[in-house]
Design a protein around this ligand. Sequence first.
Ligand SMILES: *Cc1c(COP(=O)(O)O)cnc(C)c1O
Length: 399
Amino acid sequence: MTSADLIALDERWSTHNYHPLPVVIREAAGAWVTDVEDRHYLDLLAGYSALNFGHRHPALLAAAVEQLGRVTLTSRAFHHDQLGAFCAELAALTGTEMVLPMNTGAEAVESAVKVARKWAYDVKGVADSSATIVVAGGNFHGRTTTIVSFSDDPDAYGGYGPYTPGFVRVAYGDAEALADAVDERTAAILLEPIQGEAGVIVPPEGYMSAARRIADDAGCLLIADEIQSGLARTGTVLALDHEQVRADLYTLGKALGGGIVPISAVVGRADVLGVLQPGQHGSTFGGNPLACAVGRAVVALLETGEPQERSTTLGKHLHARLSALVGHGVTEVRGRGLWAGVDIAPGGLSGREAAVALMQRGVLCKETHGSTLRVAPTLVITEEELDTAVDAIAEVVGA
Ligand SMILES: *Cc1c(COP(=O)(O)O)cnc(C)c1O
């Protein structure tokens, strides 16, 4: 079938909750994908950072294949030989004490919300059913009914009420607003260290340290959603490491499954995650042997420090090159490591039009919020490939 036929088939039978670029991928390796007409593209989206280590990384594939030959699913009704090691290794990598494995990012956030509320009632002594969680404007934490209840993006929340109560939203990056929003009912402050979906928004220097101090003063938890920012995307295991700030809980996902399996986790303090007792939370697939085996291989890759090093070094190069486009069809570039939001100047192409034009030049990326291009290549991309991609961006934005 041609790509036109395959796109028509998708559009006829799958729900229209996405608006994909008109490219049909058949296979992929490393930083590259190939479409059904044998055209090659550099992947600058990397599965929204689920593919930090590239497509089909040999060490991750080998771990998956080996585990496929043994056992893939047990449920948590029984122990298996990968779970404890995965949790211990992930805790060591992230400097945390305990791990709650789940599957998707949204589930990790939902789990952190549940744990924070339970901690507020069991430990902090908040009156039953009155705990609040403070969140930020422009947040993206997933698509479940509770999570969209505290989104301020009409596309995300519109039409899905009634909404889950118990969330207080304040402007992102405004430490004073955060301080004003916390009180004795506050269970947690939930923040992305860098807001990815909002357009790779980096908060003012010191914001996350201020959030830490505010949480300490209010006796509430700080939860960092590192599902997109974590696992080497910004050059460190956790984006919070740049400010030497520790959260009480972190949500991880996306790259944790190496682009092979969905696996997410809440990691953090044992006295907080320890509020969960048998029967009080769970997931049929959470912490399954296949996901744990791949997750262990991902942790082993990060332990070498190589993905972080590549993100740091290539990220400097990327930002130097993109910054040179400011004033030439670009108004602003934000980000850290191999992660950038590029605002196209008003009067230029829309983000969507730019993404289509890039696709025609063999570069795949995706717009976010109208006129921002999100650049998040795999961390296995070479400097030369990165230059090719930036040249294409420069051409498309009209530099
Ligand atoms: C992608 C993302 C999520 C949701 O992850 P899913 O696996 O799509 O449910 C949550 N938080 C952040 C910061 C994300 O980028």
